[in-house]
Ligand binder design. Structure first.
Ligand code: GLA
Length: 689
C-alpha cells in the first residue's frame, strides 16, 4: 500500500500511504481539515472518526482539534501556519475545504477563503518510504501580505515525546541534543543561512533506540531563516510545524500571484532511529548527484591565504603521490587577498581575477600540472560576499545589504552582496561561468563566511536571497554539467535538504580534530547522508583543540566521511607520506562497501565509539577508543545490516575468520583495544550466498 487513497462518503477521508506509514485526515462539517493519524499503516475503511473531546466552553474546536494547516483566526492559540494582512487591514483567515485532486502518488487539497486567498496543500508519496508536504498560497486580491507562512503542521497523539536536534556554533557544529518536550520549543535560524546553531528538522520519539521505538521525523528543505516549532497542546497531543522563519518576514503577493513554500519530508518508523536515518539518507541521496566523491586534497590548513603557484604545485605533487583524486586551492588566489598587519582581511572578495603576484602566469600552470598528475582541479569561491577594499565595492557600493542612513557592519571584514538585485545575480552567475569556462575546473568550494544582517527595508530578502542562490547554483550546474560544488559556510553553517538538492558535498566543520569530528559526524548522520560528509586529515597539534592525535586515528576518523587531506604535506617525512598513501589506498578499496551507515551500540564501560557501513557485498567496521581505561575492558560489537544467511570473511585478532550474517548480528565479535587514540577498521567481505 504505497499510494494516495480517498474515500468520498459522509466524510471525505484522505490517506497518504507509504510502506511503513499512513497519514490520514478528514474534512469536518465546518469545512476544516482535521488531522487523524500519522503512524503505522492503517486502511481508510477502518478509520473511526471519534468525537472531539470538549469538556467545557473553554475547549473550543479550533483549539482542541489538530488541523492540517491552521491559519490565523477564530479560537486558535497554538502556532499557526498562515498569517496574512488583507488590503483592508483585516487579518483573520477563514480557509474552507473546496475539493481535491489526486493521482496515485500526489494529493492536492484545495482550501479557499472568500475574502481572497487560495491555499493548496500538497502531499506526495516518495519512493523512500516518506511523504513530502508543501503549500501553495495564491492571492485573489491586490497586495496580500504574508506575515507568516509555514510549509506544514503535523500532529502526534502523545505528550511524552523526546526531541532530537543539534546545537552548536562555529567549530562545534552538530552537537546532538536530546530533550523531553515540555511546553513549546522553537528551533530557528535568523542568520539568513541555515546556521551553525540548529538544523531545520525535528526527530520526535517515544522510547527509541537505534533499532526500536516509535519515531516521527520531519525536515525542511530550505537553507535560509527557518523555524521549527514543537508544541505540546493541553489536549494530549504534540504539534510540529516547519517552515521559513516569520522573523522579520513579509511577502507581498499581487493579485493572482502565488507563493510556494519549501517542502518538508516526513516519515514515521517503529524500528527506531537507524531506520529513520536510512530513509532520510535515501531521500538526501535522491536529491544529490550520483557517483563516489573523490578523495581530495585541500590547501587551506597548509597555507591559509599564503598561496603561490609554485607552493601549490609542490603540494599538488605530494597530494598526487599519496593518491588524492582532486586538488583544491582554497582561499587566497584572487584579487589582493592578504591579511593586513593585524591579521584582518578586508580585501579580495568580489575581485575574482587571479592575483598576478601569486600567480604571474594565471592559474594555467597550476591546473596543467594538477591534470598531468592525474587529478581534477577545484577552487574556492565566496560568491555572495564583497570586501570593503575591493574594486567591486568601489564600483558598486549599493550592491550590499544596508539600512538607509546607517553604516553597515562588516564581519570577517566583509559585507553580504544583495543577491536579490538582478544586477548582482548577473554578476555572480557571469563570474562563475567565466571561471569555469576559462579554466579546467571540476570542483567549486562555495563558502559563506558571515551571516546576513542589516538587510534594509525589504522584508522578503531573507527568502529571496536563498531563492537566488539556488537559481545561480542550478544555472552553473546546467552550463557546466559534472562540476561538483561543495557547500561551506564557515564550516557547517549551510547543511539542510534545500542545500543538498543543489550542492554535492558538505563541509561539516572547520573543527578538524579527529575526536571532535566523531561526534559531529555521528549527529550529522541522524538526518543527513554521510556520502557527502567531507572530512579532512589535518596536521597536529590541531589548530583548534591543540591535541596531537596519531595519524591512524585521524585517517580512520576522516575515512568514515568522504575522505580529504588538509595536511601541510611539505613538512611530512617520507615515512608519514607513505603512511598517508597507504590509508588513501585502503579508503578507496573500502569506498564501494560504504553504503548504509550504522551507529553501533557500545556495551563496554570503556568509551568505544563504533560505526559501521553495510552494503550488498559486505561491511566495514570503524572502531575508536579515545582513551583506554578500566583495565582495557573489551567491547562486543554486534553488526547490523548484514544478510543473515550470507557468509562474511574478515580478519580479526590477526586471524582470518568466517561467520554468517546472523552470527555477526546476534553474537557479534569481541573487540579489545588498548592505549590512547586507538582505532581500527575491520572489513567484512560477503563470500557466500
Ligand atoms: C572558512 C572555511 C574554511 C576555509 C576558510 C577560507 O572558514 O570553513 O574551510 O575555506 O573559510 O577563508
Amino acid at each position: 500500500m504505497t499510494a494516495v487513497e480517498v474515500l468520498d462518503g459522509d466524510h471525505h477521508l484522505f490517506g497518504v500511504h507509504t510502506t511503513s506509514m499512513s497519514y490520514v485526515f478528514t474534512v469536518t462539517a465546518e469545512g476544516l481539515l482535521r488531522h487523524l493519524h500519522w503512524g503505522a499503516p492503517i486502511a481508510l475503511a477502518d478509520v473511526i472518526i471519534e468525537p472531539i473531546w470538549a469538556l467545557s466552553t473553554n475547549d473550543l474546536i479550533h483549539d482542541v482539534m489538530p488541523q492540517e494547516y491552521p491559519p490565523h483566526g477564530r479560537f486558535r492559540y497554538n502556532e499557526q501556519c498562515l498569517m496574512v494582512r488583507f488590503p483592508d487591514g483585516g487579518r483573520e483567515l477563514d480557509l474552507q475545504y473546496q475539493g481535491y485532486d489526486a493521482t496515485d502518488t500526489e494529493l492536492t487539497v484545495h482550501l479557499h477563503d472568500p475574502k481572497g486567498v487560495d491555499v493548496d496543500l500538497h502531499y506526495e508519496v516518495l519512493a523512500v518510504d516518506a511523504i513530502k508536504r508543501w503549500a501553495v498560497i495564491t492571492s485573489d486580491v491586490p497586495g496580500l501580505v504574508l506575515e507568516s507562512v509555514a510549509s506544514a503542521q503535523f500532529a502526534i497523539p502523545f505528550q511524552d515525546l523526546t526531541l532530537r536536534n543539534v546545537e552548536g556554533r562555529w567549530g562545534a557544529e552538530f552537537q546532538q541534543t536530546v530533550q523531553q518536550v515540555r511546553g513549546k520549543i522553537v528551533l530557528e535560524s535568523r542568520h539568513g543561512i541555515s546556521n551553525h546553531h540548529h538544523s531545520p528538522y525535528a526527530v520526535l520519539s517515544r522510547e527509541a533506540t537505534e533499532t526500536s521505538g516509535r519515531v516521527w521525523a520531519a525536515a525542511l528543505a530550505f537553507s535560509g531563516n527557518t523555524k521549527t516549532v514543537v508544541e505540546q497542546t493541553q489536549y494530549g497531543q504534540t504539534l510540529l510545524q516547519l517552515g521559513v522563519n516569520d522573523f522579520d518576514l513579509e511577502l507581498t503577493l499581487l493579485e493572482g500571484e502565488t507563493f510556494t513554500t519549501p517542502p518538508v519530508v516526513a516519515l514515521y518508523s517503529e524500528q527506531g532511529l537507524e531506520d529513520v536515518s536510512h530513509r532520510l539518507h535515501a531521500f538526501g541521496r535522491s536529491l544529490m548527484s550520483g557517483g563516489d566523491r573523490p578523495v581530495l586534497y585541500n590547501s587551506w590548513e597548509a597555507t591559509n591565504f599564503d598561496v603561490t603557484c609554485d607552493g601549490q604545485i609542490a603540494l599538488a605533487e605530494s597530494a598526487a603521490a599519496i593518491g588524492a583524486e582532486l586538488f583544491v586551492v582554497d582561499d587566497g588566489w584572487f584579487g589582493r587577498r592578504s591579511p593586513d598587519a593585524t591579521g584582518g582581511i578586508t580585501d579580495g572578495l568580489g575581485d575574482w581575477w587571479v592575483d598576478p603576484v601569486k600567480f604571474p602566469d594565471g592559474l594555467a600552470p597550476l591546473i596543467t600540472r594538477v591534470r598531468e598528475l592525474g587529478m581534477d582541479f577545484g577552487i574556492w569561491v565566496e560568491p555572495e560576499m564583497v570586501n570593503p577594499d575591493s574594486d567591486l565595492f568601489a564600483e558598486h557600493p549599493d550592491w550590499i545589504y544596508s539600512e538607509p542612513g546607517r553604516t553597515t557592519d562588516t564581519a570577517r571584514g566583509q559585507y553580504v552582496l544583495n543577491l536579490t538585485l538582478p544586477a548582482v545575480q548577473e554578476f555572480v552567475a557571469k563570474m562563475l561561468d567565466e571561471l569555469l569556462t576559462d579554466n579546467d575546473i571540476a570542483y567549486l568550494k562555495w563558502d559563506a563566511n558571515r551571516p546576513m544582517s542589516q538587510v534594509g527595508p525589504g522584508r522578503d530578502v531573507w527568502l529571496r536571497h536563498i531563492e537566488a542562490l539556488y537559481a545561480i547554483v542550478a544555472q552553473v550546474k546546467r552550463r557546466h554539467p559534472g562540476v561538483l560544488i561543495e557547500a561551506c559556510a564557515s564550516g557547517g553553517g549551510r547543511i539542510d535538504f534545500g542545500a543538498l538538492a543543489v550542492f554535492d558535498d558538505f563541509w561539516t566543520s572547520d573543527n578538524t580534530d579527529a575526536l571532535d569530528r566523531l561526534e559531529i559526524h555521528r549527529a550529522y548522520s541522524l538526518v543527513y547522508p554521510p556520502k557527502a560528509m567531507r572530512a579532512w586529515v589535518t596536521d597536529v597539534p590541531n589548530f583548534l583543540s591543540q591535541r596531537s592525535i596519531p595519524l591512524q586515528f585521524r585517517f580512520h576518523s576522516a575515512m568514515f566521511g568522504s575522505l580529504g587531506v588538509g595536511c601541510d604535506l611539505s613538512t611530512m617525512s617520507d615515512d608519514e607520506l607513505a603512511q598517508c598513501a597507504k590509508y588513501v589506498e585502503e579508503y578507496k578499496a573500502l569506498r564501494p562497501l560504504m553504503d548504509q551507515f550504522h551507529r553501533l551500540e557500545n556495551p563496554s564501560r570503556n568509551d568505544y565509539r563504533l560505526f559501521q557501513y553495510s552494503s550488498q557485498s559486505g561491511a566495514v567496521l570503524f572502531a575508536f577508543l579515545p582513551q583506554s581505561r578500566l583495565g582495557h575492558t573489551s567491547t562486543t560489537v554486534r553488526l547490523r545490516g548484514l544478510e543473515p544467511s550470507a557468509r562474511y570473511r574478515f580478519t580479526h585478532d590477526w586471524q582470518q575468520r568466517e561467520a554468517s550474517g546472523q552470527y555477526l548480528m546476534s553474537r557479534g565479535i569481541r573487540l579489545w583495544m588498548q592505549g590512547d587514540y586507538a582505532s581500527t577498521i575491520i572489513r567484512f567481505d560477503r563470500v557466500g550466498n
